[in-house]
Design a protein around this ligand. Structure first.
Ligand code: BG6
Length: 459
């Protein structure tokens, strides 16, 4: 068992990710008694300790409705700042000095990939890579080759066991719930195959645009931003076979096995869209061909899934925000009970709501009231927040795990390489993106792709 980290260093502490996710996570860990070690912020901006504390307080206040002063003060007492250039050796000397007493610091790289190399080398130059853990944020490169290159950079300095690659969807309790649902229940597993399932849809919809990150987003686009990572992780959890044992290696092996069976995506069954007005946003190229929407059809070449299409879509400025998996079952083998009004009965659906208000809705056919024996759809629904109480935030769990040296909820290099292999044929397509109006479900061609998308339950 690895020993817990005794210091946290946040590179890129002035950035968006730290204020939106990491300060609230550090606060929550402090509240739960899981964090009482130095937290050092590093950035190029000339901040002092007070600015760091003020920013942390603001971000914790925005994330939680109320802040417990005693808890925040405990966190604030641990915070300190180092301002310096990532290319300047003096930055790392000061950091090494500050970390004199720490045996297992964890370094969080919340910085653009372009400076990863400089930071990793800087840490290695003062001996910190030998005893530290490193957490890297996506995007892991831009394609298969650059992700391998990034991996070589990290491995040159850090032992692979001490590299933690974040795909925060793996840290979401609702996403982990897909795994629990499948393997903790007997009910659905016998049906989980091409004999009973017609198709599976995964939607990651956002009712907002680039939220001030357009400059970054324009170099990335929806495929690299969420399809390659978050959505494929969800597909893997839905489609994987049961791991051979209850441990991290077996889980990873099962996940990689199913990813290997996914056919590379095809440009012919992919629709890329861009919302109208995107090109006018600051930081976006006037002739940008970056997709803010992508819909595609994925197939898995395995006995379990042959013939079952997985329809995937994600986009910004859609009608609302929701992450969902909808499993659509086939019709009964014999249709004895006509649907009310004589139409074909809607299929049974299992809807996993993975975002806000997470839970499960199962749509089944029930007898309609009256003398006739006909059926009508009804929903059986559970809201996990109401049924189970507060669950932890993804970043809170991931930081906690990395400090413990636990790899289970982090992406393996091999997983990421498989994900790049799958999306490779649809990266940087030359065809022009199709425009769509904000507040719609993307270009019309995307509707045709699935032959009937299930509208997400927007909450
Ligand atoms: C991030 C993407 O990884 O995931 C964002 O960079 C996206 O563009 C976000 O909005 C979605 O995450 P969540 O947890 O809000 O569903």
């Amino acid at each position: 068992m690895d020993l817990r980290s005794d210091a946290v260093v946040l590179f890129g502490v002035t950035g968006d990710l730290v204020s939106k996710k990491l300060f609230p996570a550090l606060y929550e860990l402090t509240r739960r008694g899981r964090l009482d070690v130095p937290v050092i912020g590093v950035a190029r901006s000339p901040w002092d300790d007070q600015q760091l504390v003020t920013t942390a307080r603001k971000s914790v206040t925005e994330a939680n409705n109320e802040v417990d002063d005693a808890t925040f003060d405990r966190l604030a007492d641990n915070l300190s700042m180092i301002s310096g250039d990532y290319a300047d050796p003096a930055t790392y000397q000061r950091l090494a000095q500050r970390l004199r007493g720490a045996e297992r610091p964890v370094f969080y790289l919340a910085i653009p990939p372009a400076v990863f190399g400089a930071v990793v080398e800087g840490l290695a130059s003062v001996g910190l890579a030998d005893r530290g853990r490193v957490i890297v944020e996506k995007p892991f490169g831009r394609d298969l080759e650059s992700s391998r290159e990034l991996d070589r950079t990290l491995r040159a300095a850090f032992d692979p066991q001490r590299v933690f690659r974040i795909d925060h969807y793996l840290g979401k309790e609702a996403v982990e719930g897909l795994y629990a649902f499948r393997f903790a229940n007997r009910l659905f597993e016998p049906l989980w195959n091409n004999e009973h399932i017609d198709n599976i849809q995964v939607t990651l919809a956002e009712g907002f645009g680039t939220q001030g990150r357009a400059g970054f987003y324009d170099t990335v686009g929806a495929t690299r931003d969420v399809l390659q990572n978050h959505i494929l992780q969800v597909v893997a959890l839905i489609a994987m076979e049961a791991p051979a044992a209850d441990d991290t290696d077996a889980f990873n092996a099962a996940e990689v096995a199913v990813l290997r069976q996914i056919e590379p995506l095809s440009p012919q069954s992919t629709v890329r869209g861009q919302y109208a007005g995107y090109r006018d946003e600051p930081g976006v190229a006037a002739d940008s061909n970056t997709e803010t929407f992508v819909a595609t059809r994925l197939t898995i070449d395995s006995p379990r899934w042959a013939g079952v299409p997985f329809y995937l879509r994600t986009g910004k400025s859609l009608p609302g925000t929701a992450t969902e998996v909808v499993v659509e079952f086939k019709q009964p083998q014999r249709s004895l009970i006509p649907a009310e009004g004589g139409a074909e009965a809607p299929a049974n659906l299992l809807r996993f709501r993975l975002g806000r208000g997470d839970g499960i809705t199962m749509s089944i056919q029930a007898k309609s009231p009256g003398a006739e024996v006909t059926s009508r759809p009804v929903d059986l629904s559970v809201d996990f927040g109401a049924a189970l109480g507060r669950r932890q935030e993804a970043y809170e769990r991931l930081l906690d795990d990395a400090m413990d040296g636990q790899q289970l909820r982090f992406a393996r290099a091999e997983t990421i390489e498989q994900e790049w292999r799958v999306v490779a044929p649809i990266l940087d397509l030359p065809a022009a993106v199709q425009s769509y109006d904000k507040g719609t479900w993307g270009p019309a061609d995307a509707d045709a792709l699935a032959g009937g998308w299930h509208t997400p339950d927007l909450r």
